[in-house]
Design a protein. Sequence first.
Length: 527
Amino acid sequence: MDTPPSIDISLFEGFRLDRRSGALFRRDERGVFAPITMGSRALDILGLLVERSGDLVSRAVIMSAVWPEMVVEDSNLNVQIAALRRVLDEGRTDGSCIQTVPGRGYRFTAAVTRANAATLPSDAVPPLPDKPSLAVMPFQNMSGDPEQEYFADGMVEEIITVLSRYPSLFVIARNSSFTYKGRAIDVKEVGRELGVRYVLEGGLRKAGNRIRVTAQLVEAETGKHVWAERYDRNLTDIFAVQDEVTEAVTIAIAPAIAAAEQQRALRKPLESLDAWAAYQRGLWHLGKNIAEDNALAHKFFRQAIDLDTNFGGGYRGLAYAQFQASAGGFRAFSLPETQSSAEALARRAVALDGTDAEARAFLGEMLLYRGDREGALAEAERALAMTPNLASAHGWRGAALIFSGRPKEGLTSLETCIRLDPRDPLLALRLNHVALGLYFCREYEAAIEAAKRGIRSYPDFPSTYRWLAAALGQIGRTAEAKDALEKAIAVAPASFDTFVRRRVPWHRPEDHAHMLEGLRKAGLPEE
């Protein structure tokens, strides 16, 4: 079927037909165009009828265009027309928009507006969702081996499935992404047509028993590369390789988008921030782990809540900022006051969306700080059941295990957390948990090295100095231990008093006693 190249898109009665990508969309009650699953023959017929809207199109012309050089029964056309009418005529009160002219053919009667992708009217362009949006394009098979087509398609389908589980991402469904298969794509057009901010594209090439997969994450509006990677593997087990590369790609994407979103928010003028951008600004300041930035994080999280009271991220961020302020001695919050306020905020986030795995994981953290270790572990497990690769859920699960007397298991979860999100805004806390987990395992040398790594990255985070001092004290490195102890007190005197002089709810009595033992060997006087 020939279509004038200038006409890419046809709009009619709440539908959008994209001839270039071969997809049909319907406007929902929110005004967003959502894709409709429909066979290619039906879409070809619809394209021909819409292109000749108002004119009679004979059955012979349709059969010749849609089934070229094929002998098919006339009933096939009847089946496809019926399928189209079921979709297009739903809710219509004045008959079908596909009119039958008995014995001759069909006429499309709805009013049609034609445009190309670059000149779409604004109400026909899907608006960007209120969180990062992504379309995963079919990967190109550059190997010349048709069997690798199945490998590439299967890998992309798995990537879409896994990324769709991330509560922080809006991922376009496979049916819409695969309408671009076999076509040269322009990421700016894809972003505009599908209403996404990011596009993941890639390809694979096979040589002998080796395969190379490349992947690039691109910001659609600017065409700027956000992330790119290459994976070389031996094809000993094609399904194992497919799983391995899929996991590697999906693990890298969420943190890369999170980092890009923070940078994007930082570029926005303060007066133009929406709730999502304010939340991202808050996360950026939260990750600094110093008093001045903590105060700014409070400000931006409250702004996010004021801008959208139904956005759970603002509540999660504010809850952690409050706890960080109390734990770090940044603000004069009492621990009970902080626990009560932060838990209420976390529960509000879960109430807004019980399927939000990030909110579940964060509620687990608040339960842990109240001393409910079992509840904390249960919430982390619920979050991981929803999103198995959610870094924060692995992190809070690790903390809950460590403070429940299972430090070796907890360290494994923390290792997974850091591998999944090496740029986590809460990385200072994760590194601190690694150090104390090793201390509880009585692996003091390893605890010292872990604490030093944490301090190099976050010299103003107070807790890590305490575990460094305790571990040094345990192995008799008295001078170094004393120096670390003095720094632990000097960095945050109020925090030291809260976490050492009194036992916090999430520490078991035996773990608190173990910490005190090391600190006293470092020079902490008996009370």
